[in-house]
Design a protein around this ligand. Sequence first.
Ligand SMILES: [Zn+2]
Ligand SMILES: [Zn+2]
Length: 140
Amino acid sequence: MDKKSKSLSKNQKIVLDFIQKNKKPVKAYSILSNVQKKGINAPPQVYRALDKLIEIGKIHRVESQNSFVACKISNCDTPHKTVFSICNSCEIVSEINDPKLFKNLKDFRDKDGTVFDGYNLEFFGTCKSCKNKQIENTKH
Ligand SMILES: [Zn+2]
Ligand SMILES: [Zn+2]
C-alpha cells in the first residue's frame, strides 16, 4: 500500500473499494446505495469521500457519464488531467496512458499563449471486443 492509501479515512476506503471492484465506471447513486450497507448513510459523506479521492488521484470523474472510475495508472496523481477512451457500444471506459500524448498535451498552448492546468479528454469509439462481435454478426 502506498502512502496515499494509508491516509485514507474509513469512508474513503469503503468508497474507493467499491469503485475499484467495478470494471465499469459507477454513478454516484449506485455508490450511495452500495455503501449504505456499510454504514455510510449521508450522501454528503459520500460526496466528500469522492472529492478527496479525486483530489489525490485515486479515482477520476468521467464527465460525459457523470460517473467515477478507479485510476488504473499506478503513479497517476494528476486529478485534473485525464484522458479516457470510451466504447460507444458497451460503454467500457479505459484510462489512456500514452506518454507521447501526455507530452503533447503538456506542451500545448492555445494561440493566445494560455498555459493550461488541466484537461479532461474523452475519446469515443468501438472497443476491440465490440468490433469483433460486429464482424461476427455480419458473417451470419
Ligand atoms: Zn489516473
Ligand atoms: Zn465495447
